[in-house]
Design a binder for this molecule. Structure first.
Ligand code: SF4
Length: 707
């Protein structure tokens, strides 16, 4: 803490970037500026913050890019003009009402974000599902976690991360797949690093087509061919069975589907599987041995598994490894999905996706629909799921969807096949953009722009990857006329004529949400801001007699399925992604870098964070670079069937030959769309989770020649 600063106030919060959800202390200076440090009393992070978290205050103190007042235009060729809140919301309500009357409630949609607070998610979901009468709400969480959600639901009955971070120090084997936590979930990874340093016998297995910083402490790096995760997981499953490492008592008493699972993993020999994965069979044997001999085994994964056309099956094949070894519901063990966004979990708790209802209820359950409808006192809730993230943009293109309200996300950098999404947004009849920054590309297509309060400018709650709910204090006022997102949505709902949105404060929204959880598996009934402030954070389900909630799920081995048994799924390992071919011979995979967050609207304005990696780059293997006559720092042009990207060449042997990598952060913000990776990614979806195939598509690479 700088000693010269005069601190007026110190407030607790949580970091608004990744799903680790580190505790933050906001120090407020007398001049109104803030700076941050790690909160030593927050159990998730124990005082640690990574580079992004440590620079959070810059994004609040620097108001140079902030939207300050509502703006509107009456036709797309006009410039946006400043208007009052009343005018902006009355026009938005009038247009929404007209479309709903003329074309039905499914002609409008809300596209939100895993960065919204739980209370914000709650009111948007309530508005569209309970009062407008459509299920057209989805969020950018669809792009990162939906395969994990479905994986959990199909295997353990509900979208519930079973473990807590304190399990890290109790485990002796980690299988980290499709993830680079050293860069993308750094504080979780620091805990793993410290645990390994103190206990060298702890085994770390990394599964990744690239050599990343996460590999620095690996005992074994399985550098598999992209897309072969299921084949590898099945091969390990087979070895665990053959070598007697499975927990037969657990399987017999607490799991279903073992015989079918056994049959599917025995379809391929170890040698066949190793050949498909591009691995040495002995390395797969060693991985199975490490897992089999572990007293506490944690599987850890994120986008490499989720962002795939077979993402659900990849998740299931991994969770199977925990189930056959009985490594779940006990200290130091369990499947642990690393959440990408700070409140993707909270959003799902309130049902903030097109196929969910509050408190993990399901749209396809008539009793669940009735319960929620009766509680809200609104319209009949529709059974049919609404449009998902990419489907919304397709529906704009076809004209089925007339109006879209986009808040707290920048789809024109983050959606796959972005140029098509941009063309779709251009065709939309009415676009509302609710934003903090004047940079996102969506603003060019907005009919109404609503300025929102940022992190530290509003209060509410978020839930991190270990089901931990943390209260975020408001530390400073939002600039200009910007308002908290929940307040904007409630004002709009009232303009639409719905009376159930006249809350006196945000806590009333939170309390309403807790009432809907009563009696469910995520029960937080009885929780309020006073308790959260007192305890700093609580893990759901919250029970009054357990003051800090529930650390670990399923210690009684009763899963949330109808039979209370976990389900082993015998999933096929057929890859459905776009295959490389003579025209597009390389496999493209995309991902995050250490110091940037999503589309850089916040991290991109922090000089320190831009120093790490200054611009988009193409990672390519030295053999491929030689063949293409590419040199370090050349500009490459990378082309797929959907478009092209330009990026500086970074040559090395950290990636497999035949595979190239682009970071996903760059778009038009502070640049142009030429290095926007999603110009070329594929919008093919997993048929169950509807998550796009960001990690695998066919491209060609050439040296860019100046015309
Ligand atoms: Fe924020 Fe994630 Fe870094 Fe923690 S690890 S400080 S939550 S970005």
């Amino acid at each position: 803490m700088p000693q010269t600063k005069k601190i007026a106030e110190q407030l607790t919060s949580t970091c608004s970037y990744c799903g680790v959800g580190c505790g933050v202390l906001i120090q407020k200076e007398k001049n109104g500026n803030i700076f941050v440090e790690g909160d030593k009393n927050h159990p998730s992070s124990k005082g640690m913050l990574c580079s992004k978290g440590l620079n959070l205050h810059h994004t609040v103190n620097d108001k140079s890019d902030r939207l300050l007042y509502p703006q509107m235009r009456y036709n797309k060729s006009m410039p946006l003009q400043r208007v009052s809140w009343d005018d902006a919301l009355e026009r938005s309500a009038a247009v929404f009402k007209t479309f709903i009357e003329k074309y039905g409630p499914n002609s409008v949609a809300f596209y939100a974000s895993g960065q919204c607070l739980t209370e914000e998610y709650y009111v948007i979901n309530k508005l569209i599902k309970g009062f407008i009468g459509s299920n057209n709400i989805d969020t950018n969480s669809r792009l990162c976690m939906s395969s994990a959600v479905v994986g959990y639901k199909m295997s353990i009955g509900e979208d519930s991360v079973p473990i807590c971070y304190d399990d890290i120090e109790l485990a002796d084997c980690f299988y980290v797949t499709g993830a680079n936590p050293a860069w993308c979930h750094p504080i979780i990874w620091r805990r793993v690093e410290a645990h390994k340093a103190a206990n060298p016998d702890v085994k770390i297995i990394i599964v990744d087509p690239r050599v990343t910083d996460t590999c620095a402490i690996a005992d074994l790096h399985l550098q598999l061919n992209p897309g072969t995760d299921i084949t590898l997981n099945h091969a390990i499953g087979r070895l665990l069975i053959e070598q007697g490492y499975i927990d037969i008592n657990f399987i017999q008493q607490h799991a279903e589907g073992y015989e079918a699972y056994k049959a599917v993993v025995f379809e391929k020999s170890l040698e066949e599987a190793a050949h498909i994965c591009g691995l040495n069979p002995n390395d797969i044997r060693l991985a199975a041995q490490y897992i089999g001999e572990a007293k506490g085994f944690i599987s850890m994964w994120t986008m490499g598994l989720n962002q795939s056309a077979i993402g659900t099956n990849k998740n299931l094949s991994l969770i199977n490894l925990n189930l056959i070894t009985g490594q779940i519901g006990k200290p130091g063990a369990g499947p642990f999905s690393l959440t990408g966004q700070p409140n993707a979990m909270g959003g799902r708790e309130v049902g903030g996706l097109s196929n969910l209802l509050p408190a993990h209820r399901n749209l396809n359950n008539p009793l669940h629909r009735q319960e929620v409808q009766a509680f809200w006192g609104g319209k009949e809730i529709q059974e049919k799921p609404g449009l998902t993230a990419t489907e919304m943009f397709e529906a704009l293109e076809t004209g089925q969807l007339k109006a879209i309200w986009i808040l707290c996300t920048n789809p024109l950098t983050s959606l796959p096949n972005t140029r098509q999404a941009e063309a779709a947004l251009k065709k939309a009849k009415f676009v509302v953009v609710q934003e903090i920054s004047n940079k996102p590309e969506t603003l060019a297509y907005a009919d109404v722009v609503l300025p929102a309060a940022a992190w530290a400018e509003k209060e509410g709650t978020m839930t991190n990857s270990e089901r931990r709910i943390t209260y975020l204090h408001k530390a400073v006022d939002a600039p200009g006329e910007a308002l908290p997102d929940a307040e904007i949505i409630c004002k709009f709902a009232q303009k639409m004529g719905y009376n159930s949105f006249s809350y006196n404060n945000v806590e009333e929204i939170f309390i309403e949400h807790t009432k809907l959880t009563k009696g469910t598996n995520i029960d937080i009934f009885g929780l309020n801001y006073t308790i959260l402030k007192e305890h700093r954070s609580i893990q759901w389900p919250y029970k009054k007699h357990k003051q800090n909630g529930t650390k670990r799920l399923f210690e009684d081995k009763k899963f949330y399925t109808p039979s209370q048994k976990a389900i082993l799924h015998a999933v096929p390992d057929t890859l459905t992604s776009e295959k490389p071919n003579p025209d597009f011979p390389f496999i493209l995979t995309t991902g995050r870098i250490r110091d940037q967050w999503h589309t850089r609207s916040k991290t991109g304005k922090v000089n320190k964070l831009n120093q790490h990696i200054k611009q988009a780059y193409l990672e390519i293997h030295v053999q491929d670079a030689e063949q293409l006559e590419l040199k370090e720092d050349d500009i490459a042009i990378i082309t797929s069937a959907r478009g092209e990207v330009r990026a500086k060449v970074k040559i090395g042997n950290t990636i497999k030959p035949g595979v190239v990598f682009l970071p996903m952060h760059w778009g038009k913000i502070l640049g142009n769309d030429l290095n926007r990776a999603n110009n070329i990614t594929n919008d093919l979806l997993d048929p169950i989770s509807k998550e796009p195939d960001f990690k695998y598509c066919a491209v060609k690479v050439a040296k860019y020649q100046k015309p």
